[in-house]
Design a protein around this ligand. Sequence first.
Ligand code: HXC
Length: 518
Amino acid sequence: MNNQEKINQLISKREEAALGGGQKRIDSQHKKGKYTARERIEMVLDEGSFEEFDMFVQHRSTNLGIDKQHFLGDGVVTGHGTIDGRVVFIYAQDFTIFGGSLSETFANKICKVMDLAMKVGAPIIGINDSGGARIQEGVNSLAGYAEIFQRNIMASGVIPQISAIFGPCAGGAVYSPALTDVVIMSNETSYMFVTGPKVVKTVTGEVISTEELGGASVHATKSGVAHFRADDEDEGILLIRKTLEYLPQNNLEDPIQTECNDPIDRLDDILNSIIPENATEAYDVKDVIYTIVDNQEFLEFQRHYAKNIVTGYAKFDGMPVGIVANQPNYLAGVLDVDASRKAARFVRFCDAFNVPVLTLVDVPGFMPGSRQEHNGIITHGAKLLFAYGEATVPKITITLRKSYGGAHDVMSSKQLRGDLNYAWPTAEIAVMGPKGAVEVLEARSVSGMSIEEATKYIAEKEKEYTEKFANPYEAARYGYIDDVIEPRNTRFRIIRGLKTLSTKKDTNPPKKHSNIPL
Ligand code: HXC
């Protein structure tokens, strides 16, 4: 072979690798409304930035006749490229080769890019579309998964890890995405479960469809496994790119401040009247969020799960900030098991990657009842408490209305190292609401009164209690609130606060790791 022939051989090998499992299987993938692994990577990355690794890798198995079948690349496309000019590492499972199933060499390819991502300090993106462990590979496949899991664990809190599920993801394979920071699922074309419908039927007798068991809707609304349910792969790919905009390359860097054309000192008069005069009336806290953030842009995490708390990313004067807000529009914004878990994980995600946390408080307390108690609201509530108390990023808290009882302490209070704690004049910071307090305190006084007398007496006492306690000034009197601010000035106060806190340094005592109540 002369040199030109050698070059031609390279070109034809590249062309062969680019075809994955062949045109027929590519067509079948497209027919299902799915892109191929390479198409997905091209769409995620900046145009022309992808450099592929290990395109000539082939499996080494000889079991069950698989040695007669070889495909260049062995079912996963790996490499690196850029997103908005910043380096990322990426892998995409190729369903056209052995159904994207994982072999020893397949796992090695993924581990190689994960290792390099860690050394370079750059995010890793994994796109899942796979039949799971490659049956012919036996235990080598299990070992391969475990190699990936171990790397996911080591990378946690060091580099951002993003998973997209654009097809099957079943069995133990689900645990790699579950260990990462963000899980994005495409609607109706993806599913995740530990055991599929057939096994479920055999073991428990339950008859359930794939979609009902582990489709994107289920994981976005019920289990909370997915952070985003994308309408389709195109939206899923945009979400990968968008999420990284708010994150630094690694835990030693700060998120990037971008240019902002939204005035920092605009007055949002609408906020002065957003809180209803009637304290039991609801409003949408997302109206507050969209009003105060840059250009009304808010990337909401877990939008359909535990809707009583809102979490997501936005920018203030171009600075990325994580927002946690109680949602009075749903279950009165109460803290329950799911809301506590959702917010705790989000706060820790922000803290791991140096993203300041803004907390908007309107919380009547923890959800009462045997269901919550038996489901462990004590432990789960403690997670959120722990996450806030442990976080060392700048923490700004604004109490919009209610902040009662234990929930007051939990929601980034001053004593959990809240840096700037502001309240609107409509804030009610107290041990409990007026009704509950009067019921406890006055039970003895009303015994023996007629119903009319008791009603009048209770109403007077509630008024007295409201005037004394249901306001921000009791907390401000002790310095638990740094200032009571006019609602329309909120955006400016947050931005000034973030600037002031931008050089904040805080640490936790040296330890192997904490023992967060999991
Ligand atoms: C080897 C596999 C495979 C697998 C699919 N294929 N899964 N090859 N090992 N696990 C091959 C098929 O033989 C087929 O090859 C091609 O991929 C496409 O598969 P189809 O079945 O034709 O596709 P589709 O009808 O879309 O069904 C997709 C599927 C199904 C639902 C994923 O293939 C399936 O149920 N696969 C088995 C899933 C499974 O049980 N995996 C093991 C889970 S246990 P040809 O040559 O015809 O194109 C596990 C443990 C992990 O993963 C533990 C980690 C700790």
